[in-house]
Design a protein around this ligand. Structure first.
Ligand code: FES
Length: 99
């Protein structure tokens, strides 16, 4: 569904881990963009109903893109740039709260 623009469709710069699977990424990509490009399911599931959710605004307003990044839950994926080796997890329902 999502594709890079032709002038940016070159090889990946590095990889990140999404739910245990290796995913290609480029410097400057956001976590939300990588998840949309991966295209294998919702970005998270609603805390209340479990309904599938996905990034909507891509500018930090709607909070539909919350994911776990390197062990930190509820990070706005559209505002976080990927780094080599980053570990990203989709959130299913309520995230764990650190004691
Ligand atoms: S997509 Fe709306 S806050 Fe991230």
């Amino acid at each position: 569904m999502f594709q890079r623009l032709p002038d940016t469709a070159t090889a990946a710069d590095f990889t990140v881990e999404v739910d245990g699977t290796t995913c290609a990424a480029r410097a400057g990509d956001t976590v939300a963009a990588v998840l949309l490009m991966a295209g294998d399911g919702p970005m998270r599931r609603s805390v209340v109903s479990g309904a599938p959710r996905a990034a909507y605004c891509m500018m930090g307003v709607c909070f539909e893109c919350l994911v776990e990044v390197d062990g930190l839950p509820s990070q706005q994926g559209c505002l976080v740039q990927v780094r080599p080796g980053m570990r990203i997890k989709r959130q299913n329902g309520r995230p764990e709260i650190a004691p």
